[in-house]
Design a protein around this ligand. Structure first.
Ligand SMILES: NC(=O)C1=CN([C@@H]2O[C@H](COP(=O)(O)OP(=O)(O)OC[C@H]3O[C@@H](n4cnc5c(N)ncnc54)[C@H](OP(=O)(O)O)[C@@H]3O)[C@@H](O)[C@H]2O)C=CC1
Ligand SMILES: O=C(CO)COP(=O)(O)O
Ligand SMILES: [Zn+2]
Length: 353
C-alpha cells in the first residue's frame, strides 16, 4: 500500500527587483494580512529599510510595532514574542540580514502567526527558508521555523550592502554541490530520506550561479538579482525536502563548529565555501570537483583558505576532526576524521599551508 505523503510550505508571493521595498504594503494587502504588524529588524537594516516601510504603513493609518535586535539569541526571540503579545500584533515582518529574519521566523513559529521576509543582505539562504538558526548550548544548526508567506527583496538595497555579504550568499549556494553529494551518500549508506527533485533543484541552483559568475561584481545590481534568485531557489529546495539536507552537508558541519571555536571570525557562507572545497576533495579525490569549487569561489572574491577566513590552521583541523559530533547528520566525514587525514585534505586543497 502507498502511504507516503508530503506537506510543502512555500512563499506565496516572491517579489524581487529594483525599488520593490515600495511594494511591501501592497504585498501584505495581497496576502489578506490585516491588523498591526510587528517589524523585527537590526540597527543598520532599520535605517536602510525598516524606517521607510514604517512610513509607508503609517501613510495607510497602520502603526507598526518595531523591535530592534542586536544579536541572534533565544533572549531576542523571547523579547519579540513578549512584544508581539503586549502590542497586540497580527503578523511579523523580518527586515534585515539573517539575524533579524531568523528571530522573526522563530518567534512567528512560536506565536503561530504569519511571517514575511524583507532581506537587506543576500548573505545566505536562511533569508528565504523555513529554517531558523540560533546558538543553543553545544548545537549550532538550523531548526524548523515559520516559512515566509512572502519574500520582498529589493535589489537596489541588496546591491548597496557590503560586498562580502553577497559573496557569502554565493558561497552558501556553491556549497550545495557537496551538500547534495553528502545527502546522496547518506541515502545510499543509511537509507536517509531523499528527494531527487530537491537535490536536482539545489544542484541546478549552484550550477546557474557558477555559470553566471561573471555577472557577480561589486555594486552591480544585476549581481543581487542573480544571487537572490539563487537563494530563493535553494530555500525552495529545503522546503521541498522538509529539511536543510539539499543545502547543508559536511561543509556546514565544519562551519557550525567554526562558529563555536572562533565565534564571529568569518561569515557563514564564506566558512561553508572553504568547507566545501575540502569535502569535495574527500568525495572525489584529486580528480573530483574540488578545484572547480575553489575556482568558482575565487572568481566571486570569496575566501578559499584559512587565512582568507581569518582563522588559524589549528582551528581548521580541530573543526574538521570534531564537527561530525555537532548533529546527527551522516556525511562524508562518517564517524570523524583523524588528525593526520584532516591535515592532509586541508593541505592538499591549499586551505592551510
Ligand atoms: N536560517 C538559516 O538557515 C541560517 C541562519 N543563519 C544565521 O544568520 C545570521 C548571519 O546572517 P547575516 O546576514 O550574515 O547576519 P546579520 O543579520 O548580522 O547581518 C550581517 C551584518 O550586515 C549588516 N547589514 C545587513 N544589511 C545591511 C545593509 N543593507 N547595509 C549595510 N549593512 C547591512 C548588519 O548590520 P547590523 O549589525 O547593524 O544589524 C550586520 O552587521 C546568524 O545569526 C546565523 O546563525 C546563517 C545561515 C543559515
Ligand atoms: O545554512 C543552511 C543552508 O544553507 C542551513 O543549514 P543547517 O541546517 O546546517 O543550519
Ligand atoms: Zn548555509
Amino acid at each position: 500500500m502507498f502511504e507516503k505523503s508530503a506537506w510543502i510550505r512555500l512563499p506565496r508571493n516572491v517579489v524581487v527587483g529594483h525599488g520593490v521595498i515600495d511594494q511591501v504594503v501592497d504585498v501584505i494587502d495581497d496576502l489578506h494580512l490585516h491588523g498591526r504588524p510587528l517589524f523585527v529588524t537590526s540597527p543598520t537594516p532599520r535605517k536602510v529599510a525598516a524606517e521607510p516601510i514604517v512610513a509607508a504603513f503609517e501613510a495607510t493609518s497602520v502603526d507598526p510595532a518595531v523591535v530592534t535586535i542586536e544579536k541572534a539569541t533565544f533572549d531576542a526571540v523571547e523579547r519579540v514574542i513578549e512584544t508581539a503579545n503586549a502590542e497586540d500584533v497580527s503578523y511579523l515582518v523580518g527586515i534585515g540580514g539573517g539575524k533579524a529574519i531568523d528571530i522573526a521566523k522563530m518567534a512567528s513559529y512560536h506565536l503561530e502567526m504569519g511571517f514575511c521576509s524583507v532581506p537587506t543582505a543576500a548573505s545566505h539562504d536562511g533569508i528565504v527558508s523555513n529554517r531558523g538558526s540560533v546558538p543553543d548550548g553545544d548545537t549550532r544548526h538550523s531548526v524548523a521555523a515559520e516559512p515566509p508567506l512572502a519574500v520582498i527583496a529589493d535589489t537596489e538595497i541588496l546591491a548597496d550592502a557590503p560586498w562580502e555579504l553577497t559573496t557569502a550568499g554565493c558561497a552558501d549556494i556553491i556549497s550545495n554541490y557537496t551538500a547534495v553529494m553528502d545527502w546522496r551518500l547518506a541515502h545510499r549508506l543509511k537509507n536517509v530520506e531523499y528527494s531527487e527533485y530537491a537535490a536536482a533543484l539545489a544542484e541546478m541552483t549552484a550550477e546557474i550561479l557558477v555559470d553566471n559568475a561573471d555577472l557577480i561584481r561589486p555594486g552591480l545590481e544585476e549581481s543581487s538579482w542573480v544571487v537572490t534568485k539563487a537563494l530563493m531557489s535553494s530555500g525552495v529546495a529545503m522546503s521541498i525536502a522538509g529539511s536543510s539536507r539539499p543545502a547543508s552537508g559536511a561543509e556546514h558541519l565544519f562551519s557550525h563548529q567554526l562558529d563555536r571555536l572562533a565565534p564571529g571570525a568569518a561569515l557563514h557562507g564564506h566558512q561553508v565555501g572553504v568547507g566545501s572545497i575540502m569535502t569535495a576533495y574527500l568525495h572525489g579525490g584529486e580528480r573530483g570537483i574540488w578545484q572547480d569549487i575553489r575556482n568558482a569561489l575565487a572568481s566571486i572574491d570569496a575566501p578559499t583558505t584559512a587565512d582568507g577566513l581569518g582563522i588559524d590552521d589549528k582551528t581548521v583541523i580541530e573543526s574538521l576532526t570534531t564537527c561530525h559530533e555537532i548533529r546527527d547528520r551522516y556525511t562524508i566525514l562518517g564517524d570523524g576524521m583523524d588528525e593526520r587525514a584532516a591535515r592532509e585534505v586541508a593541505t592538499k586543497t591549499g586551505v592551510i599551508s
